[in-house]
Design a binder for this molecule. Sequence first.
Ligand SMILES: C[S@@+](CC[C@H](N)C(=O)[O-])C[C@H]1O[C@@H](n2cnc3c(N)ncnc32)[C@H](O)[C@@H]1O
Length: 293
Amino acid sequence: MVTQAKPFVKWAGGKRHLAPQLKPYMPRSMDRYVEPFLGGGAVFFYLLAEGRLKSCKYITLCDMNPKLINAWVQVRDDVRSLTAYLDYIDREAEKAYELDADGEFYLKVRARYNDPDVPNLEQAALMLWLNRNGFNGLYRESKRSGYNVPWGQYAPARKLDRRNLLLVNKALKGVSLVCGDFTVTMTRPTPGTLIYCDPPYAKLGDSSFVAYLDKGFDEEQHRRLASAAVRVGEAGGKALVSNSCTPFALELFEDKGLLVRDLVSQTMISRSADTRGATREILGITKHAFKRA
Ligand SMILES: C[S@@+](CC[C@H](N)C(=O)[O-])C[C@H]1O[C@@H](n2cnc3c(N)ncnc32)[C@H](O)[C@@H]1O
Protein backbone atom coordinates (compact mmCIF):
# COMPACT_ATOMS: atom_id res chain seq x y z
CA MET A 1 0.00 0.00 0.00
CA VAL A 2 1.17 3.56 -0.80
CA THR A 3 -0.43 6.20 1.41
CA GLN A 4 -0.19 9.83 2.45
CA ALA A 5 -0.72 8.88 6.12
CA LYS A 6 1.54 10.83 8.49
CA PRO A 7 2.52 10.43 12.15
CA PHE A 8 -0.47 11.17 14.38
CA VAL A 9 1.58 11.82 17.52
CA LYS A 10 4.44 14.25 17.86
CA TRP A 11 7.22 12.33 19.56
CA ALA A 12 10.57 13.38 20.97
CA GLY A 13 13.33 12.19 18.65
CA GLY A 14 10.82 11.77 15.78
CA LYS A 15 12.59 11.00 12.50
CA ARG A 16 10.28 12.82 10.11
CA HIS A 17 12.97 15.13 8.77
CA LEU A 18 15.72 12.54 8.83
CA ALA A 19 13.84 9.69 7.13
CA PRO A 20 14.87 10.66 3.54
CA GLN A 21 18.52 10.40 4.61
CA LEU A 22 17.94 6.76 5.62
CA LYS A 23 16.56 5.80 2.21
CA PRO A 24 19.89 5.05 0.45
CA TYR A 25 20.71 2.45 3.10
CA MET A 26 17.41 0.63 2.91
CA PRO A 27 16.51 -2.21 0.50
CA ARG A 28 13.98 -1.31 -2.23
CA SER A 29 11.72 -4.12 -1.10
CA MET A 30 11.67 -6.65 1.71
CA ASP A 31 9.67 -9.57 3.09
CA ARG A 32 9.33 -8.23 6.59
CA TYR A 33 9.71 -4.81 8.20
CA VAL A 34 10.26 -4.38 11.94
CA GLU A 35 10.50 -1.14 13.90
CA PRO A 36 11.19 -1.92 17.58
CA PHE A 37 11.35 1.71 18.81
CA LEU A 38 8.21 2.99 17.15
CA GLY A 39 7.44 6.36 18.82
CA GLY A 40 5.44 8.33 16.24
CA GLY A 41 6.52 5.93 13.47
CA ALA A 42 7.96 8.55 11.10
CA VAL A 43 10.17 6.05 9.28
CA PHE A 44 7.32 3.56 8.89
CA PHE A 45 5.12 6.27 7.32
CA TYR A 46 7.99 7.40 5.11
CA LEU A 47 8.60 3.88 3.80
CA LEU A 48 4.87 3.45 3.16
CA ALA A 49 4.74 6.70 1.17
CA GLU A 50 7.79 5.62 -0.82
CA GLY A 51 6.12 2.31 -1.70
CA ARG A 52 8.92 0.30 -0.14
CA LEU A 53 6.61 -1.81 2.03
CA LYS A 54 4.39 -2.91 -0.88
CA SER A 55 5.79 -6.44 -1.08
CA CYS A 56 6.10 -6.84 2.69
CA LYS A 57 4.28 -9.87 4.06
CA TYR A 58 4.73 -8.88 7.70
CA ILE A 59 5.09 -5.54 9.38
CA THR A 60 5.77 -5.44 13.12
CA LEU A 61 5.85 -2.18 15.04
CA CYS A 62 6.87 -2.16 18.69
CA ASP A 63 7.49 0.20 21.59
CA MET A 64 7.94 -0.26 25.31
CA ASN A 65 5.49 2.51 26.15
CA PRO A 66 2.13 0.79 26.80
CA LYS A 67 0.04 3.96 26.49
CA LEU A 68 1.64 4.81 23.16
CA ILE A 69 1.03 1.32 21.79
CA ASN A 70 -2.53 1.45 23.08
CA ALA A 71 -3.09 4.63 21.02
CA TRP A 72 -1.72 2.89 17.89
CA VAL A 73 -3.95 -0.14 18.58
CA GLN A 74 -7.07 2.03 18.99
CA VAL A 75 -6.32 3.86 15.72
CA ARG A 76 -5.93 0.50 13.97
CA ASP A 77 -8.91 -1.30 15.54
CA ASP A 78 -11.54 1.29 16.42
CA VAL A 79 -10.86 4.61 14.74
CA ARG A 80 -14.57 5.55 14.56
CA SER A 81 -15.06 5.31 18.32
CA LEU A 82 -11.74 7.06 18.86
CA THR A 83 -12.71 10.04 16.71
CA ALA A 84 -16.14 10.16 18.39
CA TYR A 85 -14.36 10.45 21.73
CA LEU A 86 -12.05 13.13 20.34
CA ASP A 87 -15.13 15.04 19.10
CA TYR A 88 -16.49 14.88 22.64
CA ILE A 89 -13.23 16.24 24.17
CA ASP A 90 -13.09 19.00 21.51
CA ARG A 91 -16.64 20.08 22.38
CA GLU A 92 -15.85 20.11 26.10
CA ALA A 93 -12.65 22.07 25.40
CA GLU A 94 -14.58 24.67 23.39
CA LYS A 95 -17.04 25.18 26.25
CA ALA A 96 -14.28 25.39 28.85
CA TYR A 97 -12.11 27.78 26.78
CA GLU A 98 -15.09 30.10 26.24
CA LEU A 99 -15.19 30.61 29.99
CA ASP A 100 -11.45 30.95 30.45
CA ALA A 101 -8.26 29.82 28.75
CA ASP A 102 -5.76 29.48 31.55
CA GLY A 103 -5.04 25.81 31.07
CA GLU A 104 -7.39 24.46 33.72
CA PHE A 105 -9.16 22.22 31.20
CA TYR A 106 -5.81 20.81 30.06
CA LEU A 107 -4.96 19.94 33.67
CA LYS A 108 -8.32 18.20 34.09
CA VAL A 109 -7.71 16.11 30.98
CA ARG A 110 -4.19 15.33 32.19
CA ALA A 111 -5.47 14.21 35.62
CA ARG A 112 -8.04 11.95 33.97
CA TYR A 113 -5.34 10.49 31.69
CA ASN A 114 -3.20 9.68 34.73
CA ASP A 115 -6.06 7.77 36.38
CA PRO A 116 -4.98 4.11 36.15
CA ASP A 117 -8.59 2.95 35.68
CA VAL A 118 -9.29 4.88 32.47
CA PRO A 119 -10.55 2.47 29.76
CA ASN A 120 -8.21 1.93 26.79
CA LEU A 121 -10.23 3.81 24.18
CA GLU A 122 -10.66 6.87 26.38
CA GLN A 123 -6.99 6.72 27.38
CA ALA A 124 -5.95 6.79 23.71
CA ALA A 125 -8.20 9.79 22.95
CA LEU A 126 -6.92 11.67 26.00
CA MET A 127 -3.31 10.92 25.06
CA LEU A 128 -3.74 12.19 21.50
CA TRP A 129 -5.51 15.33 22.69
CA LEU A 130 -2.81 16.01 25.32
CA ASN A 131 -0.11 15.43 22.72
CA ARG A 132 -1.64 18.18 20.51
CA ASN A 133 -2.13 20.55 23.43
CA GLY A 134 0.85 19.92 25.71
CA PHE A 135 4.04 21.95 25.66
CA ASN A 136 6.05 21.35 22.49
CA GLY A 137 4.38 17.98 21.89
CA LEU A 138 6.78 16.16 24.10
CA TYR A 139 5.87 13.05 26.05
CA ARG A 140 7.25 12.69 29.55
CA GLU A 141 6.18 10.50 32.43
CA SER A 142 7.54 9.99 35.90
CA LYS A 143 6.71 7.28 38.43
CA ARG A 144 5.51 9.85 40.94
CA SER A 145 3.34 12.16 38.85
CA GLY A 146 2.62 10.15 35.68
CA TYR A 147 2.36 12.19 32.47
CA ASN A 148 3.51 15.63 33.58
CA VAL A 149 3.91 17.79 30.47
CA PRO A 150 2.65 21.37 31.06
CA TRP A 151 -0.04 23.08 28.97
CA GLY A 152 1.19 24.31 25.57
CA GLN A 153 -0.88 27.54 25.91
CA TYR A 154 -2.89 26.86 22.76
CA ALA A 155 -6.22 28.68 22.84
CA PRO A 156 -8.47 27.65 21.20
CA ALA A 157 -7.42 24.07 21.78
CA ARG A 158 -5.73 22.27 18.88
CA LYS A 159 -7.58 19.44 17.15
CA LEU A 160 -6.34 16.22 15.65
CA ASP A 161 -6.38 15.78 11.90
CA ARG A 162 -9.29 13.30 11.47
CA ARG A 163 -8.56 12.62 7.80
CA ASN A 164 -5.06 11.54 8.71
CA LEU A 165 -6.35 9.26 11.47
CA LEU A 166 -8.51 7.48 8.86
CA LEU A 167 -5.54 7.14 6.50
CA VAL A 168 -3.43 5.71 9.34
CA ASN A 169 -6.25 3.30 10.23
CA LYS A 170 -6.22 1.95 6.67
CA ALA A 171 -2.42 1.76 6.58
CA LEU A 172 -2.35 -0.29 9.79
CA LYS A 173 -4.60 -3.10 8.58
CA GLY A 174 -2.69 -6.35 9.07
CA VAL A 175 0.17 -4.64 10.93
CA SER A 176 1.28 -6.25 14.23
CA LEU A 177 1.61 -3.84 17.12
CA VAL A 178 3.68 -5.09 20.02
CA CYS A 179 4.27 -3.55 23.42
CA GLY A 180 7.58 -4.63 24.87
CA ASP A 181 11.33 -4.44 24.95
CA PHE A 182 13.09 -4.35 21.57
CA THR A 183 14.44 -7.87 22.13
CA VAL A 184 10.90 -9.27 21.70
CA THR A 185 10.92 -8.34 18.01
CA MET A 186 14.60 -9.01 17.31
CA THR A 187 15.24 -12.45 18.80
CA ARG A 188 14.45 -14.64 15.78
CA PRO A 189 15.85 -12.77 12.78
CA THR A 190 15.00 -14.10 9.33
CA PRO A 191 16.36 -13.36 5.81
CA GLY A 192 14.59 -10.59 3.95
CA THR A 193 13.85 -8.66 7.15
CA LEU A 194 14.64 -4.96 7.49
CA ILE A 195 14.83 -3.68 11.06
CA TYR A 196 15.11 0.02 11.74
CA CYS A 197 16.07 0.86 15.34
CA ASP A 198 15.74 4.32 16.80
CA PRO A 199 16.46 3.92 20.52
CA PRO A 200 16.68 6.74 23.05
CA TYR A 201 20.13 8.09 22.28
CA ALA A 202 23.34 7.76 24.22
CA LYS A 203 23.50 10.96 26.27
CA LEU A 204 25.19 13.98 24.71
CA GLY A 205 25.07 16.06 27.85
CA ASP A 206 22.57 17.14 30.43
CA SER A 207 20.26 18.86 27.94
CA SER A 208 19.66 15.83 25.73
CA PHE A 209 16.17 14.41 25.90
CA VAL A 210 16.00 10.68 26.59
CA ALA A 211 13.29 10.36 29.26
CA TYR A 212 10.29 9.02 27.29
CA LEU A 213 9.60 6.64 30.13
CA ASP A 214 10.80 6.56 33.66
CA LYS A 215 13.46 3.97 32.89
CA GLY A 216 16.35 5.25 30.79
CA PHE A 217 18.16 3.42 28.02
CA ASP A 218 21.66 2.85 29.36
CA GLU A 219 24.98 1.85 27.76
CA GLU A 220 24.35 -1.83 28.48
CA GLN A 221 21.09 -1.64 26.52
CA HIS A 222 22.87 0.05 23.60
CA ARG A 223 25.37 -2.83 23.62
CA ARG A 224 22.57 -5.43 23.66
CA LEU A 225 20.87 -3.63 20.79
CA ALA A 226 24.04 -3.49 18.67
CA SER A 227 24.59 -7.25 19.22
CA ALA A 228 20.97 -7.99 18.26
CA ALA A 229 21.45 -5.90 15.09
CA VAL A 230 24.55 -7.91 14.14
CA ARG A 231 22.57 -11.15 14.51
CA VAL A 232 19.92 -9.77 12.13
CA GLY A 233 22.64 -9.19 9.51
CA GLU A 234 24.13 -12.65 10.04
CA ALA A 235 20.69 -14.18 9.41
CA GLY A 236 20.43 -12.50 5.98
CA GLY A 237 18.36 -9.53 7.16
CA LYS A 238 19.45 -5.92 7.45
CA ALA A 239 19.45 -3.73 10.55
CA LEU A 240 19.95 0.01 10.76
CA VAL A 241 20.54 1.58 14.18
CA SER A 242 20.37 5.33 14.79
CA ASN A 243 22.30 7.10 17.51
CA SER A 244 23.79 10.47 18.32
CA CYS A 245 27.40 10.93 17.27
CA THR A 246 29.10 10.36 20.64
CA PRO A 247 32.46 8.65 21.23
CA PHE A 248 30.56 5.84 23.00
CA ALA A 249 28.20 5.17 20.09
CA LEU A 250 30.97 5.40 17.47
CA GLU A 251 33.18 2.98 19.36
CA LEU A 252 30.30 0.59 19.98
CA PHE A 253 29.29 0.44 16.30
CA GLU A 254 32.90 0.00 15.20
CA ASP A 255 33.56 -2.73 17.82
CA LYS A 256 30.49 -4.66 16.68
CA GLY A 257 31.54 -4.39 13.03
CA LEU A 258 28.65 -2.16 11.91
CA LEU A 259 29.24 0.29 9.04
CA VAL A 260 28.98 3.85 10.33
CA ARG A 261 27.35 6.63 8.29
CA ASP A 262 26.89 10.28 9.25
CA LEU A 263 23.50 11.97 9.16
CA VAL A 264 22.61 15.57 10.02
CA SER A 265 19.54 16.23 12.11
CA GLN A 266 17.63 19.13 13.57
CA THR A 267 17.14 18.52 17.29
CA MET A 268 13.71 19.95 17.88
CA ILE A 269 13.25 19.05 21.52
CA SER A 270 15.81 20.43 23.85
CA ARG A 271 15.39 21.99 27.23
CA SER A 272 16.99 25.28 26.33
CA ALA A 273 16.23 27.05 23.08
CA ASP A 274 19.87 27.95 22.46
CA THR A 275 20.92 24.30 22.19
CA ARG A 276 18.53 23.70 19.27
CA GLY A 277 20.09 23.28 15.87
CA ALA A 278 21.98 20.86 13.74
CA THR A 279 23.44 17.90 15.59
CA ARG A 280 25.36 14.98 14.15
CA GLU A 281 23.66 11.65 14.17
CA ILE A 282 25.06 8.34 13.06
CA LEU A 283 23.63 5.23 11.57
CA GLY A 284 25.09 1.78 12.28
CA ILE A 285 24.42 -0.60 9.38
CA THR A 286 24.90 -4.37 9.22
CA LYS A 287 27.51 -5.44 6.67
CA HIS A 288 26.19 -8.83 5.56
CA ALA A 289 24.43 -9.34 2.21
CA PHE A 290 20.66 -8.81 2.37
CA LYS A 291 18.89 -11.96 1.14
CA ARG A 292 15.19 -12.20 0.37
CA ALA A 293 13.55 -15.30 1.86
C1 LIG B 1 13.69 8.11 19.64
S1 LIG B 1 12.11 7.47 20.08
C2 LIG B 1 11.58 6.81 18.56
C3 LIG B 1 11.10 7.90 17.66
C4 LIG B 1 10.53 7.38 16.33
N1 LIG B 1 11.59 6.88 15.47
C5 LIG B 1 9.75 8.47 15.63
O1 LIG B 1 10.07 8.80 14.48
O2 LIG B 1 8.82 9.02 16.22
C6 LIG B 1 12.53 6.06 21.04
C7 LIG B 1 11.36 5.19 21.47
O3 LIG B 1 11.86 4.01 22.08
C8 LIG B 1 10.98 3.58 23.12
N2 LIG B 1 11.77 2.71 24.02
C9 LIG B 1 12.58 3.04 25.05
N3 LIG B 1 13.17 1.94 25.57
C10 LIG B 1 12.74 0.89 24.82
C11 LIG B 1 13.03 -0.51 24.83
N4 LIG B 1 13.87 -1.04 25.71
N5 LIG B 1 12.43 -1.30 23.91
C12 LIG B 1 11.54 -0.78 23.00
N6 LIG B 1 11.23 0.55 22.94
C13 LIG B 1 11.83 1.37 23.83
C14 LIG B 1 10.48 4.88 23.73
O4 LIG B 1 9.23 4.66 24.35
C15 LIG B 1 10.41 5.81 22.50
O5 LIG B 1 9.10 5.82 21.97
